[in-house]
Design a protein. Structure first.
Length: 480
């Protein structure tokens, strides 16, 4: 009967003298209510099913859930790179040729295997429920010089918007993990929450707002302690661990050691490449965010994302042209847009390397992470998220630490790194690279990184504590 009445009313509406706008508004509202009701029903069903399977606390994940997490992370990476390939092809024509490169869409384990390395993937979980991936590269017996197989552990932590893949983009001979592995080190590469290797949670959906409510503060408070505890447990060792952190990786370490000082005793040495802590002298587009970092307007969040930072992985063309000088292929990349590190000789890059770089970078991160950095830029302090007067006490950082900076780095400027040097308890050295076009990203995958950076890193790892024995707050200023 109801259907008959509705049909008759609709026939009457065909008569132009009859006004039926209110009727159609009513019908539209009813369909909207029906859709919302169905959506809520399915959401409720999803939550009930989740309770059946995920009744454990984050610290007690059963083996089936661990296996599920590993398969989910692998699937996330595959979906991520395929989606990225499709989106970038339609946006920038140069990506079409890059996709044909065999290594462009390979994951970290695939790349390492291609490079002839033995690689392991480990899933760990943090106290607040995040599931993270560690990639381990063990020393190769055939390449380690006799007597150098020390099996000493070193953690490598990527920088802003990065992943473990950053460390091996330079290939089988020039990448830092392989240099360390060949020197006898047991290398563990971290992946911070939010990148495409660490998009899992014991309770939260990756599409939820709550999943993305974190910054680099949580990486230091939760991710790093979980990483260190896991490695110590797996290796059944209490030997102190070495740490090499680039950019945000350095930030995370400083947060950990200043908020949980007992972890100082678990580390032997820290080497911080282009560390982001004090950022008062930052240059480039990141400064634009500073005035809006605490209470970002809706228009800004629509531009950069409310959860994931620039989830499309492409800076809008008009914005890239306004704030970035260089090829659009690089200026539209969120990391290069923020860091300003477009190399002058990029046209000389090997196509295979360029493909690996632009399909792996950026690897994802939260908007809150970028807003937290913008807050620090504005305040000139190293403080907690949305809490200007709650600063991290860097005097609690007692691990011997070596700092690297460059005269061409927009983000980790020499004056800011120098301020950090005098803020920590046991600085070993401040190694400055001048006039070599060493931008923020070049510390990890620059063409000359193996000569300008990695050799020095290995020297500090092998002999760094000797510097500490005879140096006292002396800043070393190397002009290369």
């Amino acid at each position: 009967m109801k259907i008959f009445i509705i049909t008759m009313v609709m026939l009457l509406c065909l008569n132009q003298s009859v006004h039926c706008d209110p009727f159609f508004d009513f019908i539209t509202a009813k369909f909207g209510d029906l859709a919302n009701s169905l959506a809520n029903t399915f959401k409720s069903l999803k939550n009930q099913v989740r309770k059946l399977f995920v009744s454990h606390s984050p610290d007690e994940l059963p083996p089936p859930l661990h296996q599920f997490a590993e398969s989910t992370i692998k699937r996330t990476f595959n979906d991520f790179v395929e989606k990225t390939a499709a989106e970038n092809e339609t946006g920038i024509p140069e990506y079409i040729n890059l996709k044909s490169e065999p290594t462009a869409l390979m994951s970290t384990p695939q790349l390492a295997t291609l490079h002839g390395r033995r690689v392991e993937s480990h899933i760990i979980h943090t106290k607040d429920g995040y599931l993270l991936t560690l990639h381990r590269i063990s020393p190769r017996i055939d390449t380690v010089e006799e007597g150098k197989l020390n099996n000493h552990t070193v953690i490598l932590h990527h920088g802003i918007l990065g992943s473990s893949a950053d460390w091996i983009l330079l290939g089988p001979t020039k990448s830092l993990p392989y240099i360390l592995s060949d020197a006898g080190y047991d290398v563990w590469m971290a992946n911070a929450r939010g990148n495409y290797y660490s998009r899992g949670h014991a309770r939260l959906s990756v599409d939820s707002e709550e999943f993305w409510r974190f910054s680099w503060q949580e990486m230091g408070e939760f991710d790093l302690p979980a990483t260190i505890d896991y490695i110590r447990k797996v290796k059944k060792s209490t030997d102190p661990i070495d740490f090499v952190g680039h950019s945000m990786g350095a930030t995370a370490l400083l947060v950990l050691l200043s908020t949980t000082p007992q972890y100082n005793q678990y580390l032997r040495i820290g080497i911080l490449l282009a560390p982001l802590a004090y950022m008062a002298n930052v240059e480039g587009p990141l400064k634009v965010l500073t005035s809006m970092a605490t209470s970002p307007p809706e228009q800004l969040l629509k531009l950069i994302g409310t959860k994931e930072f620039v989830p499309s992985r492409k800076i809008p063309r008009w914005l890239a042209i306004k704030y970035c000088k260089g090829p659009l292929l690089f200026c539209s990349n969120p990391l290069y847009f923020i860091s300003g590190g477009i190399p002058e000789n990029n046209h000389m890059w090997n196509p295979s390397f360029l493909a690996r770089l632009l399909y792996h970078v950026p690897a994802g991160g939260s908007t809150d992470t970028m807003l937290h950095y913008a807050q620090v830029v504005k305040s000139g302090k190293f403080h907690k998220f949305n809490s200007l007067y709650d600063e991290f006490v860097l005097g609690q950082v007692t691990v011997p630490i070596a700092l690297f900076s460059s005269s061409e780095d927009w983000l980790a400027t020499i004056p800011d790194v120098l301020r950090l040097y005098f803020s920590i308890a046991n600085p070993i050295d401040h190694y400055i690279i001048r006039g070599r076009n060493m931008s923020h990203t070049e510390f990890v995958w620059g063409a000359d990184a193996h000569e300008l950076v990695f050799k020095k890193v290995l020297e500090f790892l092998d002999n760094g504590l000797n510097f500490f024995n005879y140096k006292s707050n002396e800043v070393r200023n190397d002009v290369l």
